[in-house]
Design a binder for this molecule. Structure first.
Ligand code: AMP
Length: 249
């Protein structure tokens, strides 16, 4: 069984995002970039399936700028077997990413795609769902547990009312939630080993797809500053303050 894991290079989750002075987007100049945390979880899950003898090959793929090679090397150091970089200088929208991934899937024929539920830069939470629709494959989103069963997968999802388990037949798209696993730290020997694992590079334009944007960004702004909180000594003091502020009567 072959697993394809699409991964995205995003602003590191520890970095405080700065908005560009012209409000056209987030300033990524000299900013630390990393593998999207949900994608890291997807790589970890695929590698665990391989280690458990249930998968035979884990292929990671990313669409992005040249430096995305580093993101792919991170995935290879976790344990993926090989990588594909589809070079693009444009930050593609989910529909365009889904179209490119569909083309990669036609070449690679994976039995399952495990990907992040969302990328923490745009927080779109859309690519996996769009890819499943384009392929007409079953999808199980927000996985917090994944088990392979005869010809399919049982996926447990965290929903508002509790846990829901769905069974999908393969091939399928699974998107990862935070509690699916805790990704390992890549060991130094594995980081070294990752340097010699195969990485194919291709220009995204080679697929001849319509990747033109459908969305336009009007303006990007910082969230409003939070005013300082106040610590109260007791519940009665809190009630008093809320009454004075007119929140309680
Ligand atoms: P999004 O819909 O943008 O929140 O992204 C959801 C998931 O789609 C990510 O966690 C990745 O697995 C995948 N994805 C999004 N953009 C890319 C990209 N440029 N290259 C590879 N995978 C991507």
């Amino acid at each position: 069984m072959k697993i394809l894991v699409p991964v995205k290079r995003v602003i590191d989750y520890n970095v405080k995002a700065r908005v560009k002075p012209d409000h056209s987007g987030v300033d990524l100049n000299n900013v630390k970039m990393s593998i999207n945390p949900f994608c890291e979880i997807a790589v970890e899950e695929a590698v665990r399936l391989k280690e458990a003898g249930k998968a035979t090959e884990v292929v990671v793929v990313s669409i992005g700028v040249q430096q995305t090679q580093e993101t792919l090397r991170t995935a290879l150091a976790i344990g993926a077997d090989r990588a594909i970089l589809l070079q693009s200088d444009d930050d593609l929208e989910p529909l365009a990413v889904a179209k490119v991934l569909k083309a990669v899937i036609a070449e690679e024929n994976p039995d399952m795609v495990i990907m992040g539920k969302q990328a923490i830069d745009g927080d779109n939470n859309a690519t996996g769902q769009m890819l499943a629709a384009l392929l007409d494959w079953p999808q199980a989103t927000f996985a917090s547990k994944l088990e392979l069963v005869d010809g399919g997968a049982h996926v447990t999802r965290e929903v508002d009312g509790g846990l829901q388990t769905v069974k999908v037949s393969l091939p399928a798209i699974v998107t990862t939630d935070l509690r699916l696993n805790e990704p390992r730290y890549a060991s130094l020997p594995n980081i070294m080993k990752a340097r010699s694992k195969p990485m194919a590079t291709k220009a995204v334009g080679e697929y001849g797809l319509d990747l033109a944007p459908r969305l336009s960004v009007k303006s990007v702004t910082e969230p409003p500053k939070r005013t300082a909180g106040e610590i109260v000594e007791s519940a009665s003091e809190l009630v008093e303050k809320l009454k004075t502020a007119g929140v309680l009567s």
